[in-house]
Structures are given as C-alpha cells and as structure tokens.
Design a protein around this ligand. Structure first.
Ligand code: SF4
Ligand code: SF4
Ligand code: SF4
Length: 449
C-alpha cells in the first residue's frame, strides 16, 4: 500500500450501491447523524442580468447561456410537477436553488413556484443573487419567508430552526467588488455600497442571508485588502478563485499567458504571507476568518442527489455542468421522470467518486495540499483531449492547472501558519466543512451542521 496517500479528513468513500451485498450505514453519502440525504436541484430561471461582471460564466456578459437574455421556457407548474416527481421517502429535504443570470429578473416565476410549494414542508428555497434588487423585493420576500417558515417541521432530524428561504448574495468585498462586479456602464462604487447595505438591511430584518465571494487571478494583488475588509466586518472570507480567464470561448478572457499567470501567483503568495503575518502578530486564528486556512478537500457532489435544469429543460448533474452545456454531461430532459434521472446519476457519480478516492494512481490522491476546490465541470474540458473515458476526464482535476497551482502555491504558507498556531493553541480544532454537501455549496454547510 502506498502510505503517502492522505485521505480527506473524516471522509468515508461512498460505496456504489450496485457494488454492495449488504447496504452499509454510509450508503446514502449523508452525514452519519441523518437518516436520509437531502436532494439539491439547481434551476436556471433566466439568462437575463442587470450586471456585466468581468468573470461571469453564467449571464449575458459571456453569452454562454442557452438562450440570450431570456427567461426559462418552463412554466412554474411544470417545474412544480418535476419537483414533486422526486420520491420524498428517499430524502430528508429537497432544496430548490434559483439561478440566473440574475434570478430576481424572473421574480414572478420564482414567487409562483415558492407559493405553489409553500405547503410542501420538506422543500426549501434559495436564491443566488447579485443583491441589487433585494430592497425592491424585500416586502414580497418577507411575506413569502413568513409563509414558508422554518425547516423541517415534518422532519424532526432537520428541524434546526433555519428558515426555509435562504438568500446568498454574491459580493466580493472591497476594493475588488467594485472592480469586478460591473454595472452595464462599468465599475460603480455606489452600486456596491447599495448591495452591501441591502445585505445588512435584510440580515437585520431576520432573513437567512449570507455573502459569497469570488476573486479573479488578476486581482490576487488585492487579496490582503479584501480579506481585511471582511475581517474588519466580522465576515468569514472564502472566495472562489476565478480561472475562467483561460477560457477562450469567453469574449472578456482569452488564455492567460503563462508568464502573466505566474505574476498573479507571485501576488497570491505575497498577499497570503501578509495575511499570515497580520494574524500571527495579533493572535488571530486564520482558519476562523479565512476558509483557505481550513482543512478542506471537500469533494464534488455533482450528480449525487443533485441535478440542475437549464432554461430549455435539459438536465445536468450540477449547475457547473449546466453552464458548460456539453452533451457529455447531459443527464436527461424535463420530459423524463426526475426521480429516475436522479437515481441513475447518483449511482453513476458515486461510482466516479469512489474510484477517485480509491485509485492511488490519480494525482490528487498523492497531493499534500489541505485545501482544494476541485471542480470537474471546470477541468473536464481540458482533460478530454487526453482521457479515454468520461470517467477519466471527470476525475482529472489537475488538468485545470491554474486552479491546481493556486492551491499548491498557498499550501506551504497555510501549513507553516497553522503549525505555529497549533503549537500555541493545542486545544483549537480547525473547523472542517460538512463534506456531504456539493463543494460549490459550502455556504450551506453551516445550515445543515
Ligand atoms: S451578477 Fe452574476 S449573472 Fe450577472 S453578470 Fe454578474 S456574475 Fe454574471
Ligand atoms: S464542484 Fe463543479 S462539478 Fe462539482 S458540483 Fe460544483 S460546479 Fe459541479
Ligand atoms: S487539484 Fe491539484 S491541488 Fe487539488 S488535490 Fe488535486 S493535485 Fe492537489
């Protein structure tokens, strides 16, 4: 046995159901204290957006959507019918996520769906939003939030007092929010201030609401400033690095020349060292304020009790695959029975994950980094040229070499910083995420903890 392999902390590889003689307790890939897994369903409700962010892979600025600036072809009743095809005895909850473009530009659709499903207590809702319209819809959101109430009154094991409606605001922190999240006329500090103020307003009003950040490699030079911006406001920082700049299909991107990316990595290193030093000098435990200092090589949950539906009714294993719009990832269409598709994809992607976790020849299994956001939807495209099968391409995370390099660059700095803190505070336990969530939904881990 290769003893250099380090498994993800507290992770137990799921065993594909067809490989089992007897069903083990961890069969459903859910937290051990839960009887049933939750189902996640991403719904693209529109490709329209009021912004034109520099790193957008979803809305109109890059034109990757199925239909340019249009709402979903589905009617609210059709979506409701699909969701109700899921076998409720298999799940402790079903979570519906409204995506865009900007989901609030199709508010009538989202509102109709929430109203029609309000009495189906095991269904929860979440908006991914740029936050610009939060104040505009606050009153209507309050009405529906009140109607929906808290989670799980029919499911005691998930009755944790969380609201059934959750809102996640994409907000990157200053100065980069203003630099990255552009209005149609360009950077706008007033718009940024409005979004942050709206977030605080809804939070104070008792909504379940959180911020989610992104940082482009070109803005690694602001990493210290933007982390500090969050730290000063008591907000956890954990951005997704954007490496779409290498996607030649994007009109705003084009491949990063290697030299230019190298310069970005240099900035990343310098800024991480600055953050570490700031924390050490002031006794701030970095993993409590910046997720990249935590121990997390959470695995992608794509397809495992998780599906996404595009504007044209096509089904994919997750929103990342949906936005790539490749037939390789296609799982079905709205004409198929949703539970049948869910059962097939869960088995298929559990199989991939099991191989990924147990195949000792794969690069990731011999990698020493503690934190990594592996996204097969992002790495698949580059891997297809060398991989023989879909499964091989799916598991070839390092083929997204830029993202891989981000984690390998920060890793020695994170390690050295954490070792110094572990010596000083031996009782401090670094938080690990809920590894049973799809990793692109880490913000929800706290809701289910
Ligand atoms: S708000 Fe979201 S969908 Fe709209 S342009 Fe920005 S990243 Fe794209
Ligand atoms: S990590 Fe990527 S492939 Fe996996 S669920 Fe998230 S977007 Fe999809
Ligand atoms: S993608 Fe790269 S950094 Fe992440 S685990 Fe794999 S080899 Fe390591």
């Amino acid at each position: 046995m290769n003893t250099s392999i380090r498994k993800t902390e507290s992770w137990v590889p799921p065993t594909p159901p067809h490989a089992l003689k007897k069903r083990p307790r961890n069969f459903t890939h859910q937290a051990s204290n839960r009887r049933l897994p939750e189902f996640h369903f991403d719904v693209n409700v529109t490709s329209k957006c009021n912004l034109a962010c520099t790193y957008c892979s979803e809305g109109e600025s890059c034109g990757l959507s199925t239909i340019f600036q249009a709402p979903t072809n589905l009617l609210p009743d059709e979506l409701v019918k699909k969701v109700l095809e899921l076998d409720k005895t298999k799940y402790s909850a079903v979570n519906l996520y409204f995506w865009g473009g900007e989901a609030f530009t199709n508010w009538p659709f989202c509102k109709a769906v929430m109203n029609k499903l309000a009495n189906v207590k095991y269904i929860n809702f979440m908006f991914y939003t740029n936050g610009v319209y939060l104040k505009k819809y606050k009153k209507q959101l309050a009405t529906i939030d009140k109607k929906l109430g808290t989670r799980g009154s029919s499911s005691p094991w998930q009755n944790n007092g969380q609201r059934r409606l959750h809102i996640q605001v994409s907000f990157d922190g200053e100065p980069i929010n203003t630099l990255e999240r552009h209005t149609k006329t360009g950077p706008d500090e007033k718009m940024s201030a409005h979004v942050f103020d709206s977030y605080l307003d809804l939070k104070e009003s008792g909504f379940s609401i959180a911020l989610k950040q992104t940082i482009s490699a070109r803005n690694f030079k602001y990493l210290f400033d933007v982390w500090k911006w969050h730290y000063d406001r008591g907000i956890m920082y954990g951005p997704t690095p954007d490496t779409h700049g290498s996607d030649e299909k994007r009109p705003d991107g084009g491949a990063w020349p290697e030299g230019e990316f190298g310069e970005n990595l240099k900035q990343l290193k310098l800024n991480m060292i600055k953050i570490s030093k700031y924390c050490i000098d002031r006794d701030i435990i970095p993993s409590n304020t910046f997720r990249w200092y935590g121990k997390s090589r959470a695995d992608c949950g794509s397809g495992m009790n998780y599906l996404a539906i595009d504007l044209d009714g096509k089904l994919y294993p997750c929103h990342g695959c949906m936005y790539r719009q490749r037939d390789d990832h296609l799982a079905g269409t709205s004409k198929d029975n949703l539970q049948d598709i869910a059962t097939t994809t869960t088995e298929k992607y559990m199989d991939f994950l099991h191989t990924f976790k147990t195949d000792q020849t794969l690069d990731c299994n011999n990698c020493q980094v503690d934190f990594c956001l592996k996204c097969p939807a992002g790495s698949f495209d580059r891997s297809e040229t060398t991989a023989d099968t879909y499964g091989e391409a799916w598991q070839d995370h390092p083929s997204n070499w830029q993202l891989c390099k981000v984690w390998k660059t920060i890793s020695p700095i994170v390690d050295a910083t954490n070792i110094s803190f572990d010596k000083k505070y031996p009782k401090n336990r670094r938080e690990t995420p809920n590894l049973n969530m799809p990793l692109c939904k880490p913000e929800l881990a706290s809701l289910y903890a």
